[in-house]
Design a protein around this ligand. Structure first.
Ligand SMILES: [Zn+2]
Length: 123
């Protein structure tokens, strides 16, 4: 089997998500050290972060991911309260629920990317 290059391009039709923000990746991939053939993908905005995330120990990434999820949940919940005056998901109209979901996903990506940006190990 051919060895993967440091940055490998895939076909745009493959689709995928950026490991750092969950938005559509742009085909930039990074191999994960010590994980045979494991590649993480990145959007154009997060190519440096993709490289960092690939080199990051899984346990540390998991902590950042959990922190980002909690912060995103808080942002999405606060938006529900501020914009619709509601905090109970069962009371939301469909469009309000979609707004909540969109806020949650975007906030998670922003929060995770922000945390990865601050990661500064002695590589
Ligand atoms: Zn990204």
């Amino acid at each position: 089997m051919a060895r993967l290059r440091f940055t490998d391009m895939k076909r745009p039709s493959d689709g995928g998500v950026c490991f750092c923000c969950l938005r559509r990746d742009e085909g930039a991939g990074f191999p994960v050290p010590n994980r045979h053939n494991r590649i993480i993908w990145s959007c154009n905005d997060h190519i440096p972060l993709g490289r960092k995330a690939a080199a990051m120990p899984q346990a540390e990434f998991d902590i950042y991911e959990k922190q980002a999820l909690e912060a995103a949940g808080n942002k999405a919940g606060q938006r529900l309260d501020d914009k619709f005056g509601k905090t109970d998901l069962a009371e939301l109209e469909t469009w309000e629920y979609l707004d909540f979901c969109q806020t949650l996903v975007k906030a998670f990506g922003d929060e995770l990317a922000s945390r990865l940006q601050s990661y500064d190990p002695p590589f």
